[in-house]
Design a protein around this ligand. Structure first.
Ligand code: TMP
Ligand code: ASP
Length: 238
């Protein structure tokens, strides 16, 4: 797209900042090096993370578009910035799990690594102060966070993403363990928003089950950005 200029800072998240542009329908999404976990309780700046995540997200969003899933992504602008459509976001996180890891293990006393067949789905309310509590679709409708149709679409689209990405990762020798998506309305259409990067998913090597995602940061395993780069190289992002 031509003649897009970065405008005023609109919002600052834990890892990204959103800027207005000279077109009211589009925003500039800036990926920072900041890395956070445990609802912002652990924060570090990791050199090169913004760049790798910006490229990674662009690659995945374009792949999803090619698989028929509509997203807010328009184009990469530079190393750390992307142009996106301006969405009215639902304050809801959609999580699909193919393998048990993270909060579901704690909540239900599961051993990490158990296959979930069929994959399971969870909604969370996006609120760090409350620790992103798990919610159900009735909460979303009762509090007006999304309509019944949008709730249905969020579930359907999140599973469509699973079909597309499980295949993509598995073709490159990796297991897509789980991931989080966020959606928003763009002129009456529900689009995939936010990001798909190693910050918001769990991905393991298929042979060794080595963790390549943000669990390396959460669990202090080291080589965080290096692992994101390994994931990106295997997929052909970089
Ligand atoms: P969880 O096991 O902590 O519930 O997370 C499930 C997946 O969703 C995992 O890949 C991390 C991702 N996620 C985020 O990216 N941000 C969040 O705020 C939450 C709760 C999960
Ligand atoms: N993204 C959330 C945070 O920064 C949760 C997580 O990924 O652990 O706290």
């Amino acid at each position: 797209m031509e003649n897009i200029e970065k405008g005023n800072l609109l919002t600052t998240g834990k890892a990204k900042s959103l800027y207005e542009s000279n077109n009211p329908d589009f925003l500039v999404m800036h990926y920072r090096d900041d890395t956070s976990a445990f609802d912002g309780k652990k924060i570090e700046s990791l050199d090169g993370k913004g760049t790798i995540n910006n490229k990674f997200n662009g690659f995945i969003m374009e792949y999803l578009e090619s698989e028929g899933i509509a997203t807010h992504f328009v184009e990469l602008i530079n190393e750390t910035d992307s142009l996106v459509k301006r969405l009215d976001m639902a304050p809801v996180e959609c999580v699909v799990r193919n393998v048990a890891a993270g909060s579901i293990c704690k909540r239900l006393g599961l051993e990490e690594g158990i296959d979930l067949n069929p994959p399971t789905f969870e909604f969370f309310y996006k609120d760090d102060d409350l620790g992103d509590p798990m919610i159900n679709e009735y909460h979303i409708k009762s509090f007006g966070w999304a309509t019944e149709e949008q709730v249905e679409q969020m579930q359907v689209k999140t599973f469509e993403v699973n079909t597309a990405l499980k295949k993509l990762f598995s073709n490159s020798g990796m297991i897509l363990v789980d991931y989080k998506l966020e959606f928003g309305d763009y002129k009456g259409e529900l689009l995939l928003g936010d990001e798909f990067t190693p910050d918001g998913c769990r991905v393991w090597d298929v042979e060794t089950r080595e963790k390549l995602d943000k669990d390396r940061f959460r669990q202090g395993l080291g080589d965080v950005v290096e692992s994101y780069q390994i994931m990106a190289k295997r997929l052909g992002v970089i």
